[in-house]
Write a protein that binds this ligand. Structure first.
Ligand SMILES: NC(=O)c1ccc[n+]([C@@H]2O[C@H](COP(=O)([O-])OP(=O)(O)OC[C@H]3O[C@@H](n4cnc5c(N)ncnc54)[C@H](OP(=O)(O)O)[C@@H]3O)[C@@H](O)[C@H]2O)c1
Length: 318
């Protein structure tokens, strides 16, 4: 007997949203819709992909009445934010998302836009999140009506892939490896533990979370395909492509000097992420992540880096 698929609403039409929509479209249990500041009648390069895949785009100004109307009209049951906003308006927008869920007839689950690393041990890293995400986490904790989880994925492993094989645009200047120039700028010694998961598997994990029974979610959810280091990842890439990579290192002291002395806001934001890489903040906590893999994600089939590179060779798009 077939049942009507649940509507899952995604806020923001960015890169990661496409990977999650792909997984939702592949599931008979769910159907995605997206919320955007743009409408389908005024397509942008970002929204076009969603229209092409027949995913309804609902224009919103992120006011509560506008959000409430969309959630009730579409009968969405879960709202997932992919909004990429590192400024304090993150909290305003997410508070409106939460309020709309509270007032809606059916949307009683919310995943805010986190998707970083170990937010329990390092809740205020990078420091610019202290102005955006941290205040909203406080707002979430003050209520019990809406089920929520802070969903974290470590590094998106797609940055190890050629750009044409993933929706994720290269994180130039931040991710240590630049496949285009075949160079790496490793922060620290390169032996600091990191964790990573590819966008395909993040999408599959979100589908699994949407399928988990009411009351099952935990305050923090982690996925990690593997724990490794940038030195090891470089060796994997060199072996896979059969060519040595030019590698340079930026020391902890050099990063700290930028943090202490730079007056350039962009350089400071990059240095805040660099500091996190050396501190291991992007590595999801192993024990909890593995426990949650058994509980929520036994079917995902997470690809490690070697597997991802081999898989990507055989397909046009991961
Ligand atoms: N762990 C990792 O390695 C990693 C890597 C990349 C991203 N992330 C995280 O994943 C999430 C999604 O990132 P992404 O790369 O997919 O983002 P993205 O492609 O840069 O954009 C996401 C969308 O956010 C919406 N948006 C941006 N600013 C907004 C604002 N002020 N108000 C409302 N909407 C706004 C836009 O949608 P509309 O134009 O349709 O409104 C945009 O397309 C973020 O939390 C990001 O930090 C993590």
């Amino acid at each position: 007997m077939s049942t009507t698929p649940q509507t899952i609403a995604l806020a923001g039409t960015g890169d990661l949203a496409k990977h999650i929509c792909t997984a939702l479209l592949a599931s008979p249990s769910f159907t995605p819709i997206v919320l955007s500041r743009s409408s389908s009648t005024q397509p942008t390069p970002q929204t076009t992909w969603f229209s092409t895949h027949q995913i309804p785009i609902h224009k919103t100004d992120y006011s509560v009445p506008s959000l409430l109307d969309i959630l009730n009209t579409t009968k969405a049951t879960t709202l997932i934010s992919l909004i990429n906003d590192p400024t304090p308006t993150y909290t305003t927008t997410h508070t409106a998302l939460l309020t709309a869920c509270q007032r809606s007839t059916a949307c009683k689950r919310l995943i805010p836009s986190e998707y970083i690393g170990d937010t329990e041990t390092h809740p205020l890293k990078p420091p610019f999140y202290a102005r955006s995400r941290a205040p909203f986490r406080h707002v979430l904790r003050l209520q019990t009506e809406i089920e929520w989880t802070l969903f974290n994925v470590g590094w998106l492993m797609d940055y190890f892939l050629p750009a044409a094989k993933t929706h994720m645009r290269p994180a130039a200047g931040v991710f240590p490896i630049d496949l285009g120039s075949w160079t790496a700028l490793v922060r620290g010694s390169g032996e600091e533990v990191q964790s990573w998961t590819c966008g395909r598997d993040v999408g599959r994990a979100v589908v699994a979370l949407c399928g988990a029974g009411a009351g099952q979610w935990e305050s923090h959810t982690y996925v990690a395909a593997e724990w490794s280091t940038f030195n090891s990842a470089i060796k994997v890439l060199e072996k896979h492509y059969g060519r040595p990579m030019a590698v340079t290192y930026r020391s902890w002291e050099s990063i700290q000097q930028t943090l202490a002395e730079s007056e350039d806001p962009e350089a400071l934001e990059v240095a805040q992420i660099e500091e996190m890489m050396v501190m291991g903040c992007l590595a999801c906590p192993r024990e909890k992540t593995l426990r949650q893999r058994e509980k929520f994600f036994p079917e995902v089939g997470f690809l490690g880096l070697e597997e991802l590179l081999a898989y990507a060779d055989g397909v046009d798009f991961v």
